[in-house]
Design a protein around this ligand. Structure first.
Ligand code: BGC
Length: 269
């Protein structure tokens, strides 16, 4: 087997696959042989571009619009993937956003929007995925597991973040969500894992890297001294979804250049 085809024949759904980390994950999974539903919330053109990149490289993909916080839309997305590819083997819960605000000024809408997309969205998508995985069971020629769920978290599942309490709370929630369903689903041969990216160069954190002074300030938080690239996360997701990671479930892998190592303590404390 070519090392790049470890997901051959498997069908994947990548939420928020139209931009940033999700885009790189969709491309990396396709590169490893998976057929990919590239989910988007609003930007159809961007999702089509990801589909084109995958198809131009000889892969299979299609774009599908769905707001992951809406139960009926999530069900429709899974139905579309199953209709097209027969089943779903891999779910990457990637869709997420920030609505930043000082705590005392944060509106209920800012709070609810972030919790709905970042946390409830992972609940709705994972539930549909788990039902499909349990119904189908293991297909040995495809994977040792009946299915894989990857929950995109953040270093902010452990690092508190002033001015971003809705986001940090959603990511802290993902940590326990991921572990709890991993415990419940392991007997069904379903693996559930988290990925906690640090500062990855994407549109979500553009203000933190778009000027040299902002980037220098950001690098003070990254011992490895470079900003992350979406591919750093894409490659990890493809590996975690593959049988090379078959004994990994219920844990989170940090891909952050050391951001979670409390770098402020390197010369202090
Ligand atoms: C956030 C980014 C931030 C990074 C490190 C991510 O989860 O979405 O905006 O740069 O964490 O703080």
């Amino acid at each position: 087997m070519k090392t790049t085809q470890k997901l051959k024949g498997q069908a994947a759904i990548v939420t928020g696959g139209d931009s940033g980390i999700g885009r790189a994950v969709a491309i990396a999974l396709a590169d490893a042989g998976a057929k990919v539903l590239v989910n988007f919330a609003h930007n159809h053109d961007a999702a089509d571009e990801v589909v084109k990149i995958i198809k131009d490289a000889g892969g299979k993909a299609f774009a599908f619009q769905c707001d992951v916080s809406k139960e009926d839309e999530v069900k429709a997305m899974f139905a579309a993937a199953i209709k097209k590819y027969g089943t779903v083997d891999i779910l990457v819960n990637n869709a997420g956003l920030q609505k930043d605000s000082k705590f005392v000024d944060m509106t209920l809408e800012q709070w609810n929007t972030v919790i709905s997309i970042n946390l409830t969205g992972q609940f709705l998508c994972s539930r549909e995925a788990a039902k499909e995985f349990m119904k189908r069971g293991v297909v040995e020629k495809r994977s040792a597991a009946a299915g894989k769920i990857i929950c995109m978290s953040s270093v902010h599942e452990i690092i508190p973040w002033a001015g971003h309490v809705n986001y940090a709370a959603s990511k802290g929630g993902i940590s326990m969500f991921m572990k709890s369903i991993a415990q419940e689903l392991a007997p069904h041969k379903i693996r559930v894992v988290g990925i906690a990216p640090g500062a990855i160069q994407t549109p979500i954190n553009k203000p933190a890297w778009e000027t040299p002074s902002a980037l220098n300030k950001l690098l003070e938080l990254i011992p490895y001294n470079r900003i992350g690239q979406p591919q750093d996360v894409g490659k990890l997701a493809a590996w975690l979804a593959s049988d090379d990671a078959d004994y990994i479930t219920g844990t989170t892998i940090f891909v952050d250049g050391g951001m979670a190592l409390y770098p402020g303590f390197a010369d202090n404390g």
